[in-house]
Design a protein around this ligand. Structure first.
Ligand SMILES: [Zn+2]
Length: 229
């Protein structure tokens, strides 16, 4: 562990910044006990990430539910269309060349409801063997799933609250250490949680306002060309 591990596992989480239709107020009108339902689609383009789904989905849901968001996961094929109130979590092996760096574990792009997550880089950041989990011990798979779930939660907050930006410390920092990825427990701050919850409320409200199904799978499959930290 020690210095070498800390240096090797620092990562950048890239995010497009700017305004978004989701970044408006309104969800709090339903009262402090209102828990917006967030529908998440898990799409495994890497084709080898099923082993992390149990822990990753549980970890991301726990973080978001602590923030007052009711999470509903669905495993979805790439061809599955997304509707207005859904957010897709795309698991890829590694970033495209446009954002290629070993430290990039996830990113989002302005105006989309997609979080791109890079499995190999999560494993690398943990110092685990790559290759889709083959050869990992059970506890290593659990660790990978938990870490990936935290990256998912980070990116989902960006999708829900694109105007929030990064925080100096914690889960929403621009760089996450292995300690944070593999530690016992992480939470969003009250400010981060409120922003994510408001965004989830607006997204949930869009279900009735715009029930039209939109197939953005092909667009989603292309990694962001110009993400910004
Ligand atoms: Zn970020």
């Amino acid at each position: 562990m020690g210095r070498r591990a800390a240096v090797c596992t620092v990562l950048f989480l890239l995010v497009a910044v700017g305004s978004s239709p989701l970044a408006t107020a309104g969800a709090e009108e339903r009262g402090p006990d209102f828990r917006p339902r967030l529908r998440l689609l898990w799409t495994d383009l890497a084709g080898a990430a099923s082993f992390v789904f149990p822990f990753a989905s549980q970890e991301a849901a726990a973080i978001l539910e602590e923030a007052g968001i009711a999470v509903e996961w669905t495993i979805a094929a790439p061809a599955r269309v997304t509707v207005e109130d859904e957010v897709r979590v795309l698991i890829l092996e590694e970033p495209s060349r446009a954002v290629m760096t070993r430290a990039t574990m996830g990113c989002t792009r302005r105006g989309t409801r997609t979080a791109w997550i890079y499995l190999s880089n999560v494993l690398w950041s943990l110092g685990l063997r790559e290759g889709g989990g083959r050869g990992l011990l059970g506890r290593e798979q659990d660790e990978a799933g938990r870490a990936l779930g935290r990256v998912v939660a980070h990116e989902i907050v960006h999708v829900l609250a694109p105007g929030l930006g990064h925080s100096p410390h914690g889960l929403m920092a621009s760089r996450l250490s292995r300690t944070l990825l593999a530690g016992n427990r992480v939470s969003l701050t009250a400010r981060e949680a409120a922003a994510a919850r408001a965004g989830a409320g607006i997204l949930a409200a869009s279900r009735d306002a715009s029930p039209r199904a939109v197939d953005v799978a092909l667009e989603e499959a292309r990694a962001p060309r110009h993400p910004r930290r």
